[in-house]
Design a protein around this ligand. Structure first.
Ligand SMILES: Cc1ncc(COP(=O)(O)O)c(C=O)c1O
Length: 377
């Protein structure tokens, strides 16, 4: 029997033909024709002001920290239950993380805690739409605007998900996307910064292009380009943009497949899970999820670890994440300690992600489900 990996990147259309074309175009570096196509696609599909492709979501987050002019000692509120880049991008500028706990339902930042975490030094609230299910954006944006604090959406999981009918990534001052190989749409490594507040657009182009006004030069708005600000090289090769564009062209097909995969797990496990004290994803009625992942919440850490081993013996790779950031080595240097974020600490021990990729077959999913049921006996 073949192994079932946790993730497998897939090719859906013209990826390699477009990569060839990108080279033949004579513009294989950044901001070539395919990058422009991806920018236009994202701007039109999401109805946003500006999309800028980046080399990763991590780099898009770093750009957002630079654009907010984060200074040493500034505080940034972030869920403890997230990937390290969500906050590391801000810590790189000298920020102090203020870790928020999550809700046991959606595993998103608990908006009821925000008021108590905002202080005079708070310079940003970074939210994560975990598993592509929207945070409570109405409440979060209300609280943030009351305190004049910008919201950044780390939407690494949530491209094309919606909250109350509106696309995730269109609510905050800025949002970041990931096209890493584990995401719904991929370019191996890759990301994007979405800009909803036009005050950031011009400087974003400069920061992304090594601190130069090269983008304005290419548009004929200045007659030479030069160093005007701090910056780095955050733009991906047009060859990677070409791969990504071919994926985005198949948006409906990819999202349709992922919806079917998600629903297969849900239909198979929905009736079984409560009787075995296993939690499943919660999707509020007002959220259209992005179908990024499917997870279980096992009754305990021991049971989760035993299930991982049991499935592995059957060639099935199921994985866990995230370790609470406030308890990490770095998190502790910022004062994080056991008990600060009890829901995060609990969920982090019990969560298990099931194999989930565009080309997983129903037979493979059936094997995963049977493996889980057999483990519980
Ligand atoms: C919530 C979240 N933010 C950011 C990232 C970083 O994305 P990238 O690998 O594109 O830098 C990830 C990676 O999986 C993530 O899960």
């Amino acid at each position: 029997m073949t192994n079932i990996p946790f993730n497998k990147p897939s090719v859906v259309g013209n990826e390699f033909a477009y990569m060839n074309e990108a080279v033949r175009n004579g513009h294989a570096s950044g901001d070539g024709p395919f990058t422009r196509k991806v920018h236009q696609f994202l701007e039109n599909a999401l109805g946003i002001q500006k999309a800028l492709l980046t080399t990763s979501c991590t780099h898009a987050l770093e750009m957002s920290a630079l654009l907010l002019d984060i200074q040493p000692g500034d505080e940034v509120i972030v869920p403890s239950f997230t990937f390290v880049s969500t906050i590391n991008a801000f810590v790189l500028r000298g920020a102090k993380p203020v870790f928020a706990d999550i809700k046991p339902s959606t595993l998103n930042l608990d908006e009821r805690l925000l008021d108590g975490l905002i202080g005079p030094r708070t310079k940003a609230i970074v939210v994560v739409h975990y598993a592509g299910v929207g945070c409570e954006l109405s409440e979060i944006l209300d609280i943030a605007s009351k305190h004049h604090v910008p919201v950044i959406e780390d939407n690494a999981h949530g491209l094309f998900g919606r909250y109350r009918g509106r696309f995730l990534g269109t609510f905050g001052a800025m949002a970041t996307q990931s096209f890493h190989e584990t995401k719904n749409f991929i370019s191996g490594e890759g990301g994007a910064l979405l800009i909803n507040d036009p005050r950031y657009t011009e400087r974003a182009e400069i920061i992304r292009e090594k601190g130069t006004n090269r983008s304005r030069f290419f548009r004929g708005q200045v007659d030479k380009y030069t160093w005007v600000d701090i910056g780095s090289s955050y733009l991906p090769s047009d060859i990677l943009a070409a791969f990504l564009y071919a994926q985005l062209e198949h948006r409906e097909e990819i999202q349709g497949k992922r919806k079917r995969i998600w629903e297969y797990y849900q239909d198979s496990l929905g009736g079984w899970a409560p009787a075995h004290d296993v939690g499943l994803p919660v999707i509020p009625l007002w959220c259209e999820q992005a179908y990024h992942m499917y997870y279980l919440l096992l009754p305990s850490l021991d049971r989760r670890q035993a299930l991982i081993r049991f499935l592995k013996e059957r060639g099935i790779m199921a994985v866990f994440h995230y370790l609470p950031l406030h308890l990490s080595g770095m998190g502790q240097t910022f004062g994080g300690k056991q008990g600060d974020c009890p829901v995060t600490e609990d969920v982090s021990d019990r969560l298990l992600r099931l194999p989930f990729y565009n080309d997983i077959t129903e037979e493979e999913q059936e094997r995963v489900v049977r493996g889980i049921e057999d483990f519980f006996g």
